[in-house]
Design a protein around this ligand. Structure first.
Ligand code: HEC
Ligand code: HEC
Ligand code: HEC
Ligand code: HEC
Length: 431
């Protein structure tokens, strides 16, 4: 009888130990695979452009990254099928009259296709500078280091292309071996510096968005050397960017129908998101939705199959939202609302363009009012384009997207009115 308590104590202790062990195992399972302190199989050279070499050390990240090549599915407003945006909305041909986007403008695809797609677009011609490669290739960081950014940017696209054989890859976002997230694009480094910010002091969560700002931003080519520059000195909102371009008197092209000095906005995902969106203010990063944690056996890692989160709502949204179906439905509603308001703004722009075209054909039209109408056309279109070229159809910042479009519609109607007021018939009638 004396043995019983001993057995009880023993089995009790075993149970406790087993529970503790299970606890530790569960804890470990829920941690992402550590990024430091693991012995890499192979040493990676600094700025190594070839992602397959990094892949030897990190097969999970590499194999998910490779998936970006073959993604082809489409969502209501995004996805990876490279359909022509011009064919789906012929108004864009009027809006971009006289610039290469009116020839060729396709929906974007996954990171592995970046090099093929930039080489195939009809927008590239013999005048295209090397600057265009900045966001398309993992060769860029090493070339910036070897040639210096100035030389890189001013080398013609075709000539620079001889040194380039990789799409976007590990070297665009990571430091070799430490795997630390880093800023690689000199234009981003300089834009942040101008704003008095040093990314080396950023938190890990901030870096999980800032690495995307290496590329998913608005930019322009400064001066003869086509130096890649972000227009961020006055702030990141569409209004700040418009003011910046007005201050420096920059234009990308002259509108073929109205003669207005125009700006082509690129893909300001980072700017729209960081202009006080709900998720940004809550500290959510781009990677939280676009690179959610996934599993392969015991390994938990960031999916490098970067694409629309609508393909992976459980992983992308479910980490924070319990009602995933509800938030996915909100995306749909937000995008439809933004699309509707953008249609109103685009129709107003097309009418403004028509009114200016008509007034410009009138030899007695008032040149000052006409000039004002052209400036308003520029201002209105920059804002519509800011939301149209941003790739989330407003989801990244719904309130701001609707505010910008409302302002754009007002500016477009003002442009139309000025053009009508400029015509000699109206001036005559007033006298
Ligand atoms: C809260 C989640 C969330 C965050 C954070 C987020 N996105 Fe998105 N993103 C989305 C959703 C949802 C879409 C819409 C996808 C669609 O329409 O198929 C989207 C669309 C996109 C697209 C277009 C995808 C496509 O299929 O065409 C890009 C590019 C993008 N986001 C980049 C970014 C960048 C860069 C950041 C950070 C500055 C960011 N996103 C932050 C959820 C997010
Ligand atoms: C577009 C930018 C980008 C590219 C390209 C990229 N990564 Fe990452 N990577 C990230 C982000 C963001 C994280 C999350 C880091 C964090 O949470 O601290 C990450 C995390 C990692 C981690 C840490 C563990 C994990 O999964 O969270 C490893 C290892 C890694 N990446 C390997 C690679 C390899 C190998 C490649 C090339 C095949 C690559 N990455 C390409 C952005 C990128
Ligand atoms: C070095 C430049 C670069 C970096 C850094 C980068 N991207 Fe991209 N991204 C691109 C380019 C270029 C494309 C379009 C490729 C194409 O259409 O061929 C793209 C496409 C995408 C798409 C659309 C994919 C699809 O299937 O339609 C998403 C979503 C996206 N990026 C999100 C991100 C996020 C999130 C980050 C940061 C973690 C990031 N990107 C970092 C250059 C970059
Ligand atoms: C890292 C956490 C995180 C992730 C991932 C995340 N969200 Fe959120 N989301 C939040 C927070 C925090 C809020 C702020 C409101 C709240 O506390 O619920 C929010 C709010 C929202 C709102 C309400 C927005 C508003 O303006 O009121 C919607 C809609 C939403 N999220 C959709 C999504 C979708 C869709 C995804 C996946 C593509 C997603 N979220 C991923 C944390 C997250």
């Amino acid at each position: 009888m004396k043995k019983a308590p001993a057995i009880l104590i023993l089995s009790g202790t075993t149970l406790l130990l087993a529970a503790a062990l299970i606890g530790v195992l569960i804890y470990l399972r829920n941690q992402p695979t550590p990024q430091r302190g693991i012995q890499p199989l192979v040493e990676i050279a600094q700025y190594e452009p070839d992602s397959s070499k990094w892949g030897l050390n990190f097969p999970n990240q590499y194999s998910t990254f490779l998936l970006t090549k073959d993604n082809k599915a489409r969502t209501a407003f995004g996805g990876s099928e490279p359909y022509s945006k011009l064919e789906s909305d012929p108004r864009l041909v009027t809006l971009f009259a006289g610039m290469p986007f009116s020839i060729d403008y396709n929906e974007e695809r996954g990171h592995m296709n970046s090099l093929t797609d930039v080489r195939e677009t009809k927008r590239v011609n013999e005048k295209t500078p090397g600057t265009c490669y900045s966001c398309k290739t993992a060769n860029a960081p090493r070339l910036w280091d070897q040639m210096g950014p100035e030389e890189f940017f001013k080398t013609p696209f075709a000539k620079l292309g001889e040194k380039i054989d990789q799409p976007v890859g590990c070297a665009n976002c990571h430091e070799a071996n430490t795997m630390r997230l880093i800023v690689t694009n000199p234009a981003l480094e300089e834009a942040l510096e101008e704003m008095g910010r040093d990314w080396r002091t950023f938190t890990r969560q901030e870096m999980r968005s800032v690495v995307c700002a290496n590329c998913h931003v608005e930019y322009y080519f400064k001066g003869e050397g086509k130096y890649l520059t972000f227009p961020w000195d006055l702030g990141l909102s569409a209004d700040d960017v418009a003011d910046y371009y007005n201050q420096i008197g920059f234009k990308d092209w002259d509108h073929k129908i109205t003669g207005a000095p125009m700006i082509k906005i690129q893909h300001p995902e980072y700017e729209l998101y960081a202009t006080n969106s709900t998720h940004y203010r809550a500290g959510v990063a781009c990677a939280d939705c676009h690179m959610p944690y996934v599993r392969n056996g015991a390994a938990k890692f960031s999916s490098h199959d970067v694409k629309s989160p609508l393909f992976t709502p459980e992983q992308s949204c479910g980490a924070c939202h319990t009602d995933v179906a509800y938030v996915v439905d909100r995306v749909k509603q937000i995008q439809n609302q933004v699309r509707e308001v953008m249609d109103v703004a685009m129709d107003a722009l097309v009418e403004a363009i028509g009114a200016i075209e008509k007034a410009a054909q009138d030899p007695q039209a008032d040149p000052e009012l006409l000039a004002e109408a052209r400036q308003l056309h520029r201002e209105a279109q920059l804002r519509v384009d800011f939301i149209n070229a941003e790739n989330s159809m407003g989801f990244h910042n719904p309130e701001e997207a609707l505010r910008v479009l409302a302002k754009a519609t007002d500016l477009a109607r003002q442009a139309q009115l000025k053009a009508i007021q400029a015509s000699s018939a109206v001036i005559q009638a007033r006298k």
